[in-house]
Design a protein around this ligand. Sequence first.
Ligand code: SAM
Ligand code: SF4
Ligand code: SF4
Length: 344
Amino acid sequence: MPDVSSAPTQEPTDRLGRPLTDLRVSVTDRCNLRCTYCMPAELFGPDHAFLPRSELLSFEELTRLVRLAVGLGVRKVRLTGGEPLLRRDLADLVASLAALDGLDDLALTTNGLLLPTHATGLAEAGLTRVTVSLDALDEETFRAIGDTTASLAGVLAGIEAAQAAGLTPVKINTVLQRGVNDDQLEDLADFGRRTGTTVRFIEFMDVGTSNGWRREQVVPAAEVVERLAARWPLEPVTGDRPEEVADRYRYLDGGGEVGVIASVTRPFCRTCSRARLSAVGELFTCLFAAGGHDLRAPLRAGADDAELTERLAGLWGARADRASEQRATTGLTGERVEMSYIGG
Ligand code: SAM
Ligand code: SF4
Ligand code: SF4
């Protein structure tokens, strides 16, 4: 089989001149929480048909696609889901991805509940970093958002386990919703300062069509920064990566960093160099796409590396997505993939 990693492949840019540097890989559509803004229990109940195991890409298939994507310029891979830690033997996948030449950064986004069991194994397998989603430090709010009887202490233990395993600095993702958890803002920021984690406040997005999104529920990033700065003076941090989605700030008193992701109020489509791969091998070129492009069919039909690379490069080359910028002018309409299917 030809090995494209040694063949001279040109790194593609899309129709807006954006390179492909970043790949999010969903390893499962299942989850052990039912966050109301992501997998509302009314729609993801006991009768929901999750993907059968045979449909999921195997670790060999996943590793092959990631290797080819690395050949096209991908430097950063993030494993996600659903809840990625529900995928059996995930550390085996981490080990084979970590061995790929040219991949600089291999991260994982998780709700943290299973990290106490898995953090050490993942770190030993070569995971570089972990992001834990945490929307509240108040037990009642945590349980209401996650629609769960699981305890907040489980997530906090997960964060500690990740730190103990050396998966540092741990990042915390918080989706703020007005009237739901915006009262948690200062407590979560303080948690970040105390624990040496970097909290990033994400604007609630209209991903998918099932979470009942309304613009009034979005807490604008500018408001978040204003509230934080009123309590702890801040200065902006200039990053060296144009594709960075978070606006970063440093606490002037040495309390570390905090970030905001202004996906709704200040879209960053212009520098978006990220593709997403669903658990069944569809490539999505935008978080707000109605559908993905099937890579599993050619993969299972015996396509060689050169053919798959050409398909990947062609899909990226044809890309003109800028949904969040369009939302600002025309609003989003029509079918959109659900967040739990492609993993944020
Ligand atoms: N289950 C894992 C977790 O929660 O970290 C990984 C998958 S989850 C879909 C990835 C991230 O997407 C989480 O940080 C979650 O809070 C975020 N997310 C889900 N729905 C969202 C929405 N409508 N707007 C903004 N972020 C969202
Ligand atoms: Fe599950 Fe993550 Fe979605 Fe919550 S945000 S329901 S933890 S996939
Ligand atoms: Fe990228 Fe699409 Fe999000 Fe714009 S809307 S930043 S193109 S994923």
